[in-house]
Ligand binder design. Structure first.
Ligand SMILES: *Cc1c(COP(=O)(O)O)cnc(C)c1O
Length: 641
């Protein structure tokens, strides 16, 4: 009790806006995203991880210091009477109510009582943000809450109204505030994330952040799960390391990520006890058991004490999950045989205290001393930098040719698919086949098809670029008799003088396409030879003119409206007027752009790391290595790998 009073007094020393967040789900994510979106404008103190309990809240609030000008804290409860205790410590002046779940919590008589209890957090709030579409929540707030309300709705009934457009794999949210409207492209597709983002948009706007900033920051929100690492494991396993925290919400996100990354291998979960943010253990683990079945977990290993009950719960649910339990990471390691794990995708998920990092270490493939590291969150950051340069409705084709510029294409393609790019492009058919086998369903364009690989194109629905009459004839010849149909892309040569149709061949191309309507022209494109070089701009404009002339002829004569695209990375920023329907983003995704203004905003994706084995000092005029190639012109300190 003493500590509570001390913290309550500490809180009273600060007269700053404090956001209090509660609800059945989404508290931590809303808190973390709100932090990400506001961190450039405020010096923010927030709850660490999911510290929202009777112990976690005082520890969080205790951190406020005189530099902070905004606090964001979450609160969770399991019984009657608890929220008012938390309210007295947090004293929020702005409230966010995320969502009221249906689950019956043992600590409450009924849903109404649970709601009343949760809303006690907002007793002294001046402003309360909530979703009006939950009618029982709305009714209760209307009747009992006295402060200012900012309700939002997806059905046009709120003070703020959102419309969600799921078009062509990209998700946009239109935010209609009383005085202005704007549209945000969101990097997530699941319903829960969209709801959480709506809360974040309303709260950010309430802090008078300009819509342009909201748009750009929301679009680059990183999924909380991006903190996890993907590693190569022993015996061809893949490891997902998420040993940062463990509560129900973050487990759910991690399982989604597992499903997204899993290569149809068996999915294994190593799980510590979960933080019981106000839920009784049985209720919590029952929910977890159902989740594990839903996500097709093949093998489950629990670490701790509470999580042991998962075994029985899974039995009751008649599941076939293989199950083992250990009291601690140490006891797991004592029984560990590397041969127990084979070709599995292993998610290791747990709270810090359980030291699951020791388990991760023993499941990891002995790391090479020299390795290429690929930063996936940097890649998504770069994607968003370019997405912001696009006019509305311009699609993105991400170039993952040459193994995603050396980064390994499956993981990257999956991530890009998750982040709603519209198209992928590979150099060769077999790269496309690999992606299909890894579960990629985005349309895929193939740059260098040849006769010998067209059968695979049909089989795996890979869309070849057609660049010559010869290739077109081969495509027609190999078309399967039954329901043969294939998307193709016409590549025009407008001055690059590499692959592509030239003007004199167009008549024949058009004639053959008219005769073969099973080949569906998805797009027409050309490649610019020098889009990065201002000295060559007149040539670039000329290429574009040629492209337009040739395209007009094709579309008019075929009576079609395919996607048109010409720009590669360096063209995107320099020729906004040529963005057409789509751009082809290559090297920029990986952090390189010839334009400094853009390249300054990009993050490095690839890092080459090597271990230094020895450092030594050598005199001037010595040589290093074979053939005496390296020469020192002064005394030098050198490192050997
Ligand atoms: C590689 C490639 C691109 C991407 O070029 P970047 O300069 O890496 O953005 C675009 N279009 C075609 C046809 C390509 O082969």
């Amino acid at each position: 009790m003493r500590f509570r009073q001390l913290v309550s007094h500490h809180r009273s020393l600060f007269n700053i806006p404090i956001v209090g967040i509660t609800g059945s789900n989404g508290k931590t994510i809303v808190k973390e995203w709100l932090f990400q979106v506001l961190k450039d404008d405020f010096n923010i103190v927030r709850s660490p991880r999911s510290y929202n309990s009777q112990i976690g809240v005082p520890l969080s609030v205790w951190q406020i210091n005189p530099e902070n000008n905004l606090g964001i804290f979450e609160a969770g409860i399991s019984q009657k009477g608890e929220m008012s205790l938390l309210e007295r410590i947090i004293r929020p002046n702005i409230g966010i109510f995320t969502y009221l779940g249906d689950a019956h919590d043992a600590g409450f008589e009924n849903k109404h009582e649970k709601l009343a209890e949760k809303l006690a957090l907002f007793e002294h709030c001046q402003t309360l943000i909530y979703c009006l579409d939950q009618t029982d929540v709305d009714q209760f707030i209307q009747e009992n809450y006295k402060g200012k309300i900012i309700s939002w709705s997806l059905n046009g009934k709120g003070i703020v109204n959102f419309e969600i457009f799921k078009s062509d794999l990209s998700i946009r949210i239109q935010a209609n505030f009383p005085r202005e409207c704007f549209e945000v492209v969101v990097p997530f597709t699941d319903q829960a994330s969209l709801m959480n983002i709506c809360h974040v948009i309303v709260a950010t706007y309430h802090f008078n952040i300009a819509p342009e900033k909201i748009i750009s920051r929301i679009s680059s929100l990183s999924s909380i799960v991006m903190r996890v690492g993907i590693k190569e494991g022993i015996n061809n396993c893949m490891l997902i390391d998420d040993t940062y925290n463990a509560d129900f919400d973050s487990l759910h996100i991690a399982l989604q990520f597992l499903q997204q990354q899993s290569k149809n291998l068996k999915n294994t979960l190593v799980l510590s006890d979960l933080l019981q943010s106000g839920i009784l253990a049985d209720t919590l683990y029952n929910k977890v058991a159902k989740l594990l079945i839903k996500y097709n977990i093949y093998k489950l290993i629990t670490i701790g004490t509470e999580s042991e009950r998962l075994g029985k719960l899974l039995d009751v649910l008649d599941s076939h999950v293989l199950y083992r339990h250990f009291k601690s990471s140490k006891s797991f390691l004592q029984h560990f045989h590397s041969s127990d794990f084979n070709q599995e995708t292993i998610l290791v998920k747990g709270a810090r205290d359980f030291q699951l990092e020791d388990i991760v270490r023993s499941l990891s493939k002995r790391s090479h001393k020299t390795a290429l590291h690929v930063d996936l969150s940097a890649l998504i950051h770069n994607l968003n930098v370019y997405a912001r340069l696009l006019q509305p409705n311009v699609k993105i084709m991400a170039m993952v040719k040459a193994s995603a510029y050396g980064a390994g294409s499956d993981e990257i393609a999956k991530l890009l698919q998750y982040h709603n790019v519209d198209y992928l492009c590979v150099a060769y058919t077999d790269e496309g086949v690999e992606l299909r086998k890894a579960g990629i369903h985005l349309p895929i364009m193939v740059l260098n098809s040849d006769e010998s690989t067209l059968e695979l194109a049909y089989q795996y629905n890979l869309e070849p670029e057609i660049y010559s009459l010869g290739l077109l004839e081969a495509l027609i010849k190999q078309m399967p008799v039954a329901n043969g149909q294939l998307g193709v892309h016409i590549k025009l040569d407008t001055g690059m003088n590499r692959l592509g149709y030239q003007a004199p061949d167009l008549d024949q191309l058009i004639e053959r396409l008219l005769e073969n309507p099973q080949l569906i022209v998805k797009s027409i494109f050309t490649h610019l030879a020098a889009s990065e070089d201002p000295n060559e701009d007149s040539f670039t404009h000329l290429q574009f003119e040629k492209f337009q002339d040739m395209t007009n002829k094709i579309t008019t004569m075929l009576g079609i409206e395919p996607l048109l695209h010409v720009l590669n990375t360096s063209g995107i920023g320099r020729f906004k007027q040529y963005q057409l329907n789509m751009v082809r983003l290559g090297i920029g995704l990986y952090g390189y752009d010839a334009n400094n203004q853009i390249s300054n905003q990009l993050k490095t994706v690839h890092t080459f790391k090597a271990t230094v084995s020895q450092v030594k000092t050598i005199a001037a005029n010595e040589t290093v290595g074979y053939g005496r190639r390296g020469k020192t012109d002064k005394v030098a300190v050198i490192a050997n790998n």
